[in-house]
Design a protein. Structure first.
Length: 273
């Protein structure tokens, strides 16, 4: 895929200058920098999309089947959803915070070694069931990441209000109520997606893996993550909890998700992502 590298590298360059524009806007409340950064990010999305589908046709499969391809796919989803959310809900700083995460994932993909599927598994993991399992998992990861971003923004906004600092920036974050609703909504979307992904993953494992381990590290941590976010929904909907307690719970659940994604595969018997 070396012939496509220039598209990816160009997207990374535009991504850097877009984040720089958002950072300047964050520090100086600069609307021109914000608009400039938004259009640069739109170009990043176009280049990411071109790269993604060109890769799809070049390798003749959906390019999400390796760990680093997954990170790229999540980065593309973050850019897509942040642009969509920003278009309909003018929470200016959300795009900046969300795309810090997106850029990190895209950078990891850029500097990763060559990624190849394990030869013996190539045929098995290109089944539709496996692709749907991974795709839904990545959609859930993206929803949880964006929810975490909204939670962090809520905490910053809360501290601004409590300490009466950064008053000129308060409107740019959106109201506390709006930030909390968006964070909750994304978890509400992410939980069923993650649940379905686990069900399909279990089905695929039972069909294709000779010795499927229900007590595998990845399986256990995935269930723990699902329980954590389900408890979050319970606390929010049934207990009517609001405010910083939900923020702390969100952060805790997201830390569990990071362990699930980056740590548990090291101890897994059949997961490599």
């Amino acid at each position: 895929m070396r012939d496509l590298d220039w598209i990816y590298e160009l997207a990374v360059i535009f991504y850097v200058f877009s984040l720089l524009g958002y950072f300047i806007d964050f520090l100086q409340n600069n609307r021109k920098a914000n608009r400039f950064a938004f259009w640069l990010l739109s170009i990043v999305w176009i280049l990411q999309t071109v790269y993604f589908f060109t890769t799809f046709f070049a390798i003749d499969r959906f390019p999400i089947l390796t760990p680093y391809e997954g990170l790229y796919f999540i980065s593309w989803l973050i850019v897509s959803l942040s642009l969509f959310i920003n278009w309909f809900s003018r929470i200016d700083f959300f795009v900046f915070f969300a795309n810090i995460a997106g850029f990190i994932m895209m950078s990891i993909y850029m500097f990763s070694p060559e990624n190849r599927l394990y030869p013996l598994l190539t045929k098995a993991i290109t089944t539709e069931l496996f692709v749907m399992h991974i795709a839904l998992a990545f959609l859930a990861y993206t929803a949880f990441t964006l929810s975490f971003v909204f939670a962090v923004m809520y905490f910053i906004q809360y501290r601004y209000l409590k300490n009466k600092i950064g008053i000129h920036r308060l409107g740019r974050f959106g109201s506390l109520d709006e930030l909390e609703k968006m964070s909750f909504f994304l978890i509400m979307i992410g939980v069923p997606l993650f649940l379905i992904s686990l069900i399909w993953g279990t089905m695929w494992g039972r069909i294709t893996i000779e010795q499927f381990f229900y007590f595998d590290a990845k399986v256990i941590t995935s269930i723990v993550v699902l329980i954590a976010y389900s408890v979050f929904l319970y606390v929010k909907i049934v207990k009517k909890e609001t405010g910083t307690k939900l923020v702390y719970f969100n952060v805790f659940a997201y830390l569990l998700l990071l362990i699930n994604v980056f740590v548990s595969p090291v101890f897994s018997k059949f997961h490599w992502w």
